[in-house]
Design a protein around this ligand. Sequence first.
Ligand SMILES: Cc1cc2nc3c(=O)[nH]c(=O)nc-3n(C[C@H](O)[C@H](O)[C@H](O)COP(=O)(O)OP(=O)(O)OC[C@H]3O[C@@H](n4cnc5c(N)ncnc54)[C@H](O)[C@@H]3O)c2cc1C
Length: 507
Amino acid sequence: MTNRKDAEPGLRTTRESEVFREPPGSGNYSSSIGAAQGIELFTGDRRRARIARPAKSIHEPARETPVFAETDVLVVGGGPAGTAAAIAAARIGADVMLVERYNHLGGLSTGGLVIWIDRMTDWSGRHVIRGLANEFMERLPKDAIQGPPRADWGNRDAATASYWAQRTAAYHGIVTWSPTIDPEALKTLSMRMAHEAKVRLLLHAWCTTPIVEDGVIRGAIFESKEGRHAVLAKVVVDTTGDADLIARSGAQCESDIDADDIHHCMNTVFLVGGVDMERWLAFRREEPEAFAAFMEYGRNRVKFFEKPFVSWRNDVALFLGPRLAGYSAVDVEDLTLVELRSRELAIGHLDVYRAAAPGFRDAFLMLGAPQVGVRHSRRLAGMRKVTREQWDTGNVWDDEIGVSTSLSPKFPNISVPFGSLLPEKLDNILGAGRHVACDASSHTFLREIPQCWLTGQAAGVAAALAVGTGLAPRYLPVSAIQRELLGQGAYLSPIIADAVAPASAAE
Ligand SMILES: Cc1cc2nc3c(=O)[nH]c(=O)nc-3n(C[C@H](O)[C@H](O)[C@H](O)COP(=O)(O)OP(=O)(O)OC[C@H]3O[C@@H](n4cnc5c(N)ncnc54)[C@H](O)[C@@H]3O)c2cc1C
């Protein structure tokens, strides 16, 4: 189980340090599954009263649902994981349909304004999260990405690390490849890359229900302005972030959290424009007493008070918090409350910063994220699972589909198994992104954007190979997936890469 002390070094305690918890309320919600309403709730106290829902239901008559399309691979959810999955599958030649409920690709990395792409290098500076992750970063226009030059990745020089520590790209005194990006540029690039790969994209379409026959997924139903339609598919990839299709198929999911950690918190991110971040950074660096006084002033005014992060531009500041604990990302009333609270906190921050922060005199609220920031809801119960016990060992799974950076230099890299994408008892569906199979501690890093690209790309490759061979994903020879991933530029541990492709590019 989670060992809070061990887990601490790499957790966001310095970057995402304060958690807003609502005062105790009179809510009487259960801590796991509210079976009567079919509502899944986080563990932990419910901190507010809620108006009871009527104990009634209505009968919906059965109906014929038109089939909108038949496809090889249906990818549901166009966030980092889904975009990568769709492109990877289409590049192998599969006919791919990608369904997304909003008007853009990128999920939280664009519409959620989570524009700080976390570590893709390990603590030695080796670039381990590559493949499509690398392609996304390489193909962004130069003025749409800000981070350390390749020559500095892994650099431990104090002055260099200190410079990048203020700019999201050094941690534990080591410079890492973790840039900030322009969300609009990543949206454009994602759409172009999907188009180039001949992915059939369907925006403004919300998948509601999986089509399941005897434990096998045959497609999904979506709702749009046109009404209700079905998409039939040979393989489905669930990249909704919340394992919507997997959970609604009745497959087991996990939702336990470490309540003392921030990894389950929600909030809507916001950007503040009209600032001078270099001026602000100089203030933090050179006037520690004045900075401390400002933070105290902010806490007195707003209570849960955040520091801004740099963005891809000097005149735009990024606020990734304050984080709100005790809400569920799969409860529509909680989602509404998180939006309301986040907005009030954003306005409160703006007032304080404009009044007293160097570099913020002319600041304005540029954008509240169109997508609510969800760190965690469900994780699929998979054939294999990354757990805290694995962290110390450096063990490499024989079905490895990628290598994640670890939380701190005291842990080796983390091997990610193909089995973590496969629900235990459901066929023809893979899950990738935020809801891969892992424990709550390992979720703190497996949920990050590069890791979602990594698992998404692997799921897409596996889905296309499954279509090509006619095998269910769980019966695929894993070496075929690994070989294809290497061909697509992904990094695998040398022991795996050498075994499947002796002349590979493994380091
Ligand atoms: C506040 C905050 C700060 C964070 N900080 C960082 C950070 O600094 N660095 C980092 O790397 N990561 C960070 N993360 C984590 C990271 O942003 C997410 O875990 C990651 O984006 C998850 O990717 P995903 O593809 O699994 O899901 P998402 O990004 O959530 O994408 C899922 C997509 O699926 C769509 N979708 C969902 N359900 C349906 C449906 N039923 N039908 C159709 N479409 C659907 C959604 O609209 C969305 O576009 C942060 C997260 C939050 C919330």
